[in-house]
Design a protein around this ligand. Structure first.
Ligand SMILES: CC(C)(COP(=O)(O)OP(=O)(O)OC[C@H]1O[C@@H](n2cnc3c(N)ncnc32)[C@H](O)[C@@H]1OP(=O)(O)O)[C@@H](O)C(=O)NCCC(=O)NCCS
Length: 179
């Protein structure tokens, strides 16, 4: 599985990506919405979960590389989730802090949204965002998503209010070109 965008390439992660993965998951600021940095066992568990998803579902969060250098700068992809009592496809994105603010998350997530509509049997793509995570909400909005609901997630012993964003395939086809 490979997705190319003008500046990025998305591909499945492997154990070789652990150093780049640690730079994301063990950075306190990057992981604010997840209630703080992950320890090593949590990083290994995260990678294993993605490898399981690739095998079971055919997709998951993928590694995002800069095409120019081959450097892995983030993760972006699609995962099965249970949101608002339904089994859905979600687009997710986490990038190394050093690479924020360059439009990479929107560029990668748009490609994942389009991949879901083209290759997965789904007419709607979702994003669940903690209500404090403005950057993530802005990515969802730039994908053409609108707010569909809210719920409280219980994670790492904390109650986290979330907003739920989504875009419909019909709306996606109908929207003005955004590339
Ligand atoms: C969310 C995240 C992936 C955004 O990555 P990014 O590459 O910096 O995003 P982009 O450069 O594509 O910017 C997307 C939009 O968000 C806006 N944005 C970026 N950072 C922002 C911030 N701190 N506050 C408010 N808006 C922000 C940008 O202005 C941009 O909108 P615009 O194009 O209309 O100007 C990144 O901040 C991140 O990795 N955060 C930590 C992990 C995380 O919380 N992931 C989401 C879990 S739901």
């Amino acid at each position: 599985m490979l997705i190319d965008t003008p500046r990025l390439q998305l591909r499945e992660m492997t154990a070789n990506d652990l150093p780049a993965l640690r730079a994301i998951l063990q950075d306190e600021q990057t992981m604010t919405a997840y209630e703080g940095a992950f320890d090593e066992p949590m990083v290994l568990q995260w990678l294993q979960r993605m490898l399981d998803r690739y095998r079971e579902d055919g997709y998951g969060l993928w590694a995002v590389e800069l095409r120019e250098t081959g450097t892995m700068i983030g993760q972006c992809g699609l995962t099965k989730q249970h949101i608002l009592d339904a089994d859905v496809v979600e687009v997710g994105y986490l990038f190394q802090r050093a690479h924020w603010g360059n439009g990479y998350a929107v560029e990668a997530a748009r490609a994942c949204r389009d991949y879901a509509f083209e290759f997965l049997d789904t007419d709607r793509v979702w994003a669940q965002v903690r209500d404090t995570n403005l950057a993530s909400m802005n990515v969802a909005i730039r994908l053409g998503m609108t707010v569909r609901g809210r719920f409280v997630k219980h994670y790492r012993g904390v109650e986290m209010p979330h907003l739920v964003f989504a875009i419909d395939k019909f709306g996606a086809l109908d929207r003005p070109a955004d590339h």
